[in-house]
Each structure stands twice: as C-alpha cells, then as structure tokens.
Design a protein around this ligand. Sequence first.
Ligand SMILES: Cc1ncc(C[n+]2csc(CCOP(=O)(O)OP(=O)(O)O)c2C)c(N)n1
Ligand SMILES: [Mg+2]
Length: 437
Amino acid sequence: MIRTELSRTLRRAFSQAVVRRRELLPTTSSPIVTTLDFFNSVAGKDKQIPTYRLLDGIGQPLEGAVLPEIDEPFARRLYEQMQLLPTLDNVLYNVQRQGKISFYMTAHGEEATIIGSAAALENDDEVLGQYREMGVLLWRGFSLDQVMAQCFGNQEDTSGKGRQMPVHFGSPEHHFHTISSPLATQIPQAAGVAYALKRTPSRKSRSIAACYFGEGAASEGDFHAGLMLASAIPSPTLFIARNNGFAISTPSTEQYNGDGIASRGPGYGIDTVRVDGNDILAVISAVREARRRCLEQGRAVLLEAMSYRVGHHSTSDDSFAYRARAEVEDRKRIDNPITRFRLFMESRGWWNADAETELKARLRDDVMKAFKRAEGLKRCELGELFTDVYGGPEPWNIREQREELTGLLKKYGSIWEPWRNELGKFKNKGQDLLGPK
Ligand SMILES: Cc1ncc(C[n+]2csc(CCOP(=O)(O)OP(=O)(O)O)c2C)c(N)n1
Ligand SMILES: [Mg+2]
C-alpha cells in the first residue's frame, strides 16, 4: 500500500518535471509534437516562395499593387540608365570581338535588377559586386571615360592602372569595392564590411553593405560562410542574389534542389524576399524596404531577384552551344525589363517614340565618343606593373620580377617586333624601366 502510494507520487512528480522541461529542451524552445513530420519547404507544405511583382508584362500595375513613389524626372533617369547598359554592352562586346579589349561581360536582361537596386541604395552604401553590376557605378556618376579606361586598361584607369581584366571595376570614391574574379569572395567580405560600418559611429545606422552575386556563386562555400557570419555576428548586409538562370553553361535547374536561393535565408535567420528582377518598380520597393530593415535591425537581409541572362556569359562563351536561340529570343520579347518600364512610362504620358529615338542616338554618340577617346590613349607606364602591389617598402619578389623584365626588355625590346610593338602602347614606351639610352 505504502509502496503503491510512493510510486504514484513519484510518477506524478516525474510527469510534472517532464511538463516543465518541455519548454526547457536544452537546444530548442520549439513546440513538441507527436506526429512524425518531415518538411522540405520554407513557405508551407509543398509551396514555393512567392515572387513580389508590381507591373505586369506590359508595364501595367497589377491589382492591389502599391507602387513606389516616383516622379517623372526620376522615372526618366531610371529609364535612361537602363538604356545606357545595352548601348555600352553592344559597343564594348563588338570592340572585344575586334580584338581591341581582351574580354567583356554584358548585363543584357538584368537591367532592371541592377539599375533598380542602385536607385534604391544610398550612393555611399558600400557595394561589393560580382561583375555584372557596372550599372551601379554608372548610377553613382562613374563616367563613360572611366568605364572605357578600365576596359582598355589605359593610363586613365583609376580602378587598377590597367592591371585588371576588363569589367573588374573598383572605385573608393563611389564606394564600389574592386571586383575579383574568384566567385563568391565578396560575400563574406561584405558581412565584414557591414560589421565595420556598424562599428563606425559616423556610418552606424546610416550605411549598409550591398553584396551582389549570381545564383551560381551561391553554390560556393563562401556563400554559406558569408551568410553565417552575417547571421551570427549581426551586421547590416544586404545580399542581392541575381538569379539569371545560368552559371555559364549550367542551368539553375542543375545547380540546386531547393527553392532557389531565397529558401536558404530563413535557415540563417535572415529576413528574405524574392522579387521579379525584371520589374524595376518591384526591385526598387523591395530593395528600399530591405535596406530599411538592415539599418533598423542592424541585421542582414537576403533578396533574390529572378531574371534571365539574355547575353552570353562573357565574350569567352557561346551560349547557343547549350541553350536554344529561340528560348533567348522568346525571353527577350516576352519579358524585357526595359520594354516593360517603357510601356509603364508611356501609359503615364512620360515617354514617347520621339523621346526614344532621341535617347538612343544621344547614348550611342556619348558611348562612341568615349570609346574613340580611350582607343587613342596610351597605357600606364610599364613600371606601374610593379608599384603599390603591397604596402610598405618594395619586397624582394617584386624587385626580382622588375629586374627580370628590365633585363628581357634590354635584350629583346628593340629587336623583336612583337615586343617593340607592345612597348609602343605604353606611356614613354617602357623607357621608365629601361632608363636613358
Ligand atoms: C571560384 C570560381 N570558380 C569558378 C569560376 C569560373 N566562373 C566564372 S563566372 C562563373 C559562373 C557564375 O555564375 P553566376 O554566379 O550565376 O553569375 P552570372 O554569370 O550568371 O551572372 C564561373 C563558374 C570562378 N571565376 N571562380
Ligand atoms: Mg547566374
């Protein structure tokens, strides 16, 4: 009898302890369930994350859409900057084909994502790009001469004194960190830059770091390292994933099994949104709100912009080897971000055929003028190849390389024609290394 009473008391005490401990699981406060349920979607069972869109395919506001506040001059500026991208891209693509520059990458199809996001950021937000984001620099006032100087690697190249591949822009003045070729390196760097902003009194709660990358780059370990860093050590980092459907020849359908890139944000406790990257007004609204959240919470936000890479990956690629020409032509026609916005502007009475003709002619003139000017400029002095590679005094390895080149130039520079021609392209024809004759 006493034993039964004791065991009942113990059982009661034990179950009460279990009830109390239920909220006190050592590693989670998640609710307890008795149904065994696996899940594989962040938007509810078998659902896909929705895409935020404001304008339909012909530039008309969707029912219930709240458009961002834009007036006519601002809309015109957006449109002009969007049109500038293909104008520059077409010229520089052909210039590369003529062998006048070594490489080029276009932004065809992603104009709304790039210009819309640039317009929604503040001009002194730090930008860490991948390589298709030249439009952000142009929006901030980087000139056509500066674009040409970088691509030609001439003596006016402030991005890297002609020592980088074309499109590897950088400009401290425009808060645009220099592009580097190895994919995804900018992602953890951005989390670090944003953390530094948070710790700098004059920038705290005022500036964010905006980090652009392709959906392909998001397959790199650095993507996870970057999001993890921004998650665990909170910082105002805006991750902008440009999902354009391809990583060179690999379609996004073969790159991941999850719901795009957006599905990964909640895994890191990061506010996330997916947006129609071909709808410039949706991009502006989403980036403005994302930026506001970054600053208000001092935390990262992930934005996935859905688009389509209309151009080849780069001048080193022929995309018709792995996708049908008709597919590209269809996308260009059905969902052209520039046309969508032009139709919106026309319906407001802000644009017409004459304005279009005038703009296209003016942009082409401006670009051709800058191209011709850049073509006539010399490269930096040859010795610049070895300057400011490291801080402090020149290390032995740089000195050795400079001396080796100088020795070779002395031997072959004037007698071997390819070298003689090449030397002629540099300011002072390499004399800064050779010294007086
Ligand atoms: C670490 C690394 N791996 C591979 C490459 C070669 N590479 C250059 S661009 C690219 C595709 C990137 O695709 P995505 O990130 O989707 O950007 P998109 O070109 O579509 O804008 C690859 C594989 C590289 N530059 N760096
Ligand atoms: Mg891509």
